[in-house]
Design a protein around this ligand. Structure first.
Ligand SMILES: [Zn+2]
Ligand SMILES: [Zn+2]
Length: 269
């Protein structure tokens, strides 16, 4: 009789990115061995979305989210929405995204930056509309764009709650509570384990566990003690043990509640 295994959901990983796709069998086997029984693989453009749908349909325990990432503008545009809309109706597609706003690396010429921002906002609006019409949740990416992003999200009324997740949350507690009020889940990555992330751990302490999900964002953001290396879904429990410590609860409770949360948001079964 083998020991029982905690069951985790990695709510955000990029399984089709070359760092993971090149040894996918090993990545998935190690995830299962670590108790990560479900992975939501995230598309960022038409190509990665297409491939993530094919992957999810071929692999038990893998689901897909399809979308156009703001950081891929101008390489992705409203013209690509047709492809995303078609993919979104395929079996095992559980969400739209990642979408959102990313002002981290804008062009230095103001007119060029304004044009990129305009396109990112158009894409976000279009994907929110798509998600609402299909009654699917949204995976939201935010980098250095708090005010503009919240203004658009506030104007979006999907008519069901929770209707999405702020993925890779790294904001302050005010932003966290604004997101909760809007009906969003909050998802933490390996950043939570970084030595210098004390203020983020304080945010995690304040957010109710019933609204928290966990993700690796693999291949990026490997948690301590793997920091700096290529990340993969099997590292998810390292994030969970820090969350358990921060909240002064058992790892079992973190597993049970965050897994329930993910299953409910994405409708995994
Ligand atoms: Zn992201
Ligand atoms: Zn991502």
């Amino acid at each position: 009789m083998v020991g029982w295994m905690l069951e985790w959901v990695d709510t955000h990983a990029h399984l089709t990115f070359p760092e993971l796709a090149s040894e996918l069998e090993g990545v998935l086997a190690r995830a299962r061995a670590a108790g990560v029984g479900a992975i939501v693989s995230i598309g960022c453009d038409p190509e990665s979305s297409q491939r993530t749908v094919a992957l999810a349909q071929a692999q038990p325990g893998v689901w897909a989210s399809v979308g156009l990432h703001p950081g891929y503008v101008p390489d992705v545009s409203l013209c690509d929405l047709k492809t995303i809309r078609a993919l979104a109706q395929e079996p095992k597609v559980v969400a739209i995204g990642e979408t959102g706003l990313d002002y981290y690396r804008l062009p230095s010429v103001p007119a060029d930056a304004a044009a990129i921002i305009r396109q990112q906002k158009d894409l976000l609006w279009a994907q929110l509309d798509l998600a609402r019409s299909l009654r699917k949740p949204v995976v939201i990416h935010n980098r250095s764009a708090d005010a503009d992003l919240m203004e658009i999200l506030r104007a979006h009324e999907p008519g069901f709650v929770p209707w999405g997740v702020m993925h890779c949350f790294s904001g302050d507690s005010r932003l966290a509570f604004e997101c909760l009020e809007l009906g969003l889940m909050i998802s933490f990555t390996g950043i939570l384990t970084f030595r210098n992330a004390g203020s983020l751990r304080e945010v995690a302490r304040q957010v109710p566990l019933s609204r928290i999900m966990l993700e690796t964002d693999a291949p990026y953001l490997a948690p301590v003690p793997h920091r700096g290396r290529r990340n993969e879904p099997s590292y998810l429990p390292a994030i969970a043990s820090v969350l358990a410590e921060v909240k002064n609860i058992s790892v079992e409770e973190v597993a049970r509640v965050t897994t329930d949360n993910a299953r409910a948001l994405f409708g995994l079964s």
